[in-house]
Design a protein around this ligand. Structure first.
Ligand code: AMP
Length: 196
């Protein structure tokens, strides 16, 4: 199973991806996590990405496409994967299509998390409070001002990715405003349809 999870930051993609990993035994490929690891390790990609990420903007397409191309070659991605946070631009979606076509690997589904954006700012503030309470470092880009920039990047650069997959007849939608378990159920129903 090869899945893409689309939707604005804070829509619940990461939470649902973690559940899918557990249930289906395929890895979650989060470009955000991979970039944060690169920043932490101080790799050349990390050095390039750090300031961009802290500002809430998008890292250049060529950088993330390169990361994903390498990652899907890893043995654990052979039986499938869940892409979370990628593609975030139409150019990334086109590059992914080319990559998968070359390998003869079709996508199973592209799932768009539909949410009310006004609620996201509060959700993210909540995530920051929870992380702080657990003694974890709060993501710098969860700061309310930076979060607004991330939402703008979503609206301008990522929302067209949904239209891209829609025009190819590959887009499915879940209502991301439901309780977490209900979102999971809706997701599983979509996946069962694609498998069956
Ligand atoms: P995320 O954890 O998915 O919210 O990503 C955190 C940050 O990493 C984003 O705000 C971007 O700066 C960067 N990033 C993650 N994925 C991508 C991507 N596919 N394209 C460009 N930048 C990305």
């Amino acid at each position: 199973m090869r899945l893409i999870l689309l939707g604005p930051p804070g829509a619940g993609k990461g939470t649902q991806a973690a559940r899918l990993v557990e249930k289906h035994g395929i890895p979650q490929l989060s470009t955000g996590d991979m970039l944060r690891a690169a920043v932490k390790a101080g790799t050349p990609i990390g050095l390039e990405a750090k300031a961009i990420m802290e500002a809430g903007k998008l890292v250049p397409d060529a950088v993330v496409v390169g990361i994903v191309a390498d990652r899907i070659e890893e043995p654990d991605a052979r039986k499938g994967f869940i892409l979370d946070g990628f593609p975030r631009t139409v150019a990334q979606a086109e590059a992914l299509d080319r990559m998968l076509a070359q390998k003869g690997l079709p996508l199973s589904a592209v799932i768009d998390f539909v949410v009310d954006e006004t609620i996201l700012v509060e959700r993210i503030a909540g995530r920051a409070r929870e992380m702080q309470a657990r003694g974890e470092a709060v993501r710098k880009d969860d700061d309310p001002e930076v979060f607004k920039t991330r939402l703008e990047a979503y609206r301008e650069q990522t929302a067209p990715v949904s239209a891209y997959y829609e025009s190819k007849g590959q887009l499915e939608r879940v209502d991301g405003m439901q309780p977490i378990d209900d979102v999971t159920r809706q997701l599983e129903a979509i996946l069962a349809r694609h498998r069956g």
